[in-house]
Write a protein that binds this ligand. Structure first.
Ligand code: NAD
Length: 498
């Protein structure tokens, strides 16, 4: 382990232990570490300190085309291997990732800012998709359909779709890649990944371990860039790419979907959310507060399924507000690698500006700050864990994804009112509610317009369940048996003359 000193912009020093063999300074194309044709590079910074961690190549459309060509060349040999054979290579990759969990988590925390415990969790969560899909690839069953004529047989077979382009966000720099690449590889598809420009190092470390695991060249390519439009344009315009899998904002998702129309690619989109969290009078209050904390403040509120709006029934409103504010105020805020920390920094200055704007808007329209509401004394990307009371639907924090550690509370009277408020959004990713009334549990779970519902539970993601949204939160599902289908075509074969 290298002890790596980062001198911060503010003069403070943070010390992080990073494994130098996992810090790559080149992109990964066709099994080889490469630079940009024109030699351009960009810096990767620690969001807590502004300190330089490393620099990576800034690839463009030409290098992306090369990666797509390499992926296409790798496709046939890979799809012709048995699912069991593909699973063995994937499991070797999985095992190396878990053997390096600590080192990968440190790198992830350094470039993304989430507390080390959360980063450790992301590595095992991300790896779980690899082991799960390695097995699930063996169950890509077809069908034999009862025939309509005695001299015919009707078959359905599942086949890998072809070259996959994956565009991923910075908030889960490791797991968003494996959640796409594991089902793709298991289905028999090669992948070209464009990681977010703020967090390319976790992607490159994954490539290093894939290389060591013996994943054949061309199957897993990492195109680092800070020219997303150029790389995205090549990915969506290139006819060799048969599927685009995107996780990020709704704005960019819509743009890429439109770009994919030209070559009629299959598209999966995991986009923004505006998750409601409904607290009914009949709930277990302490459980609801604990669930609220986990759902709101993990990853500093920068998770697409983080609660964005708390809807609290009148009879329990004051008690819930007081308890949540107390717990939020007591959270340990600090550098991800500096000990027991529950909340790290936001990813960059733009993220801080958005949180500040949402809080200012809410306060100007009558919201009360119960705790926080200001930049944290640590400066930089740090923001105080915040609870706002008396929020109304007219406020930005109700309508838009704040993507920060701000908990806005709205009071409601009836179940019907809560459902109407929860569904008053163009988004439909996750929703949560706390209640001990069994009939209500079914009624509300069915009525919420979202792809995922947590009932008396706020941590709902895992590899075996389908993750995804409805409305403008996306298309398709990741993880689970449904996730494999997104990387396969369904082919019908009619055999006649029997
Ligand atoms: P973003 O849309 O700005 O960026 C996501 C990715 O798209 C990045 O890799 C970025 O470089 C790339 N990109 C940007 N412009 C592009 C273009 N013109 N062509 C091709 N690629 C382009 O989003 P973000 O700020 O990185 O991520 C936060 C958003 O992602 C939030 O809205 C969050 O809810 C969403 N998200 C959703 C899920 C989910 O599963 N639904 C998971 C994580 C994050």
């Amino acid at each position: 382990m290298l002890v790596f000193n980062v001198l911060t912009l503010s003069g403070r020093a943070a010390v992080t232990d990073l494994d130098p063999s996992l810090i790559k300074s080149h992109a990964y194309v066709d099994g080889v570490w490469v630079g940009a044709d024109d030699g351009r590079r960009f810096d990767v910074l620690d969001p807590a300190t502004g300190g330089l961690i490393a620099s990576v190549p800034d690839l463009g459309a030409t290098e992306t085309r090369r990666a797509i060509d390499a992926a296409e060349a790798a496709w046939n040999p890979w799809r012709q291997r048995t699912a069991k054979d593909r699973a063995a290579v994937m499991m070797a990759w999985h095992d190396l990732i878990m053997a390096h969990q600590d080192a990968l988590a440190r790198l992830l925390s350094a470039e993304q800012g989430k507390p080390l415990a959360e980063a450790m969790g992301e590595i095992s969560y991300g790896a779980s998709f690899i082991s799960w899909f390695a097995e699930e690839g063996k169950r890509a069953y077809g069908d034999l359909i009862p025939t309509t004529a005695s001299d015919r047989r009707l078959l359905v077979m599942k086949q890998p779709i072809g070259v996959v382009a994956a565009v991923t966000p910075w908030n889960f720099p490791m797991a968003m890649i494996t959640r796409k690449c594991a089902p793709a590889l298991a289905a028999g598809c090669p992948v070209v990944v464009k990681p977010a420009e703020d967090t390319p190092l976790s992607a490159l470390a994954l490539a290093e371990l894939a290389h060591r695991a013996g994943l054949p060249k061309g199957l897993f390519n990492i195109v680092t860039t800070r020219q997303p439009a150029a790389v995205g344009g090549e990915m969506t315009g290139n006819a060799k790419v048969r599927k685009l899998s995107f996780t990020g904002s709704t704005r960019v998702g819509k743009l890429l979907m439109a770009q994919c129309a030209e070559t009629v690619k299959k598209v999966s989109l995991e986009l923004g959310g505006n998750a409601p969290f409904i607290v009914f009078d009949d709930c277990d209050l302490d459980a609801a507060v604990a669930g609220a904390l986990a759902s709101k403040y993990r990853n500093s509120g920068q998770t697409c399924i983080c609660t964005n709006r708390f809807l609290v029934q009148a009879g329990i409103y004051e008690d819930f507000a007081v308890k949540l504010a107390e717990k939020a105020a007591a959270m340990a805020v600090g550098h991800a690698l500096s000990g027991v920390v529950q909340q790290g920094p936001l990813i960059n200055a733009a993220a801080v500006a958005k949180v500040a704007a949402h809080v200012a808007d809410a306060v100007s329209k009558g919201a009360r700050v119960l705790t926080g509401g200001r930049p944290h004394a640590l400066g930089g990307g740090f923001w105080q864990p915040t609870v706002l009371a008396d929020v109304t639907p007219a406020m930005l924090c109700f309508r838009e994804e704040t993507f920060g550690p701000v908990a806005p509370l709205l009071r409601f009277e009836t179940e019907a009112e809560a459902i109407a408020l929860a569904n008053a959004s163009e988004f439909g990713l996750a929703g949560y509610f706390y209640s001990r009334d069994v009939a209500r549990v079914f009624r509300v779970a069915e009525a919420l317009e979202c792809g995922m519902v947590g009932v008396n539970e706020s941590l709902i993601s895992n590899e075996v369940a389908p993750f995804g949204g409805i409305k403008e939160s996306g298309l398709g599902r990741e993880g689970s048996k449904y996730g494999l289908d997104d990387f396969m075509e369904t082919k019908y074969v009619c055999i006649g003359g029997l």
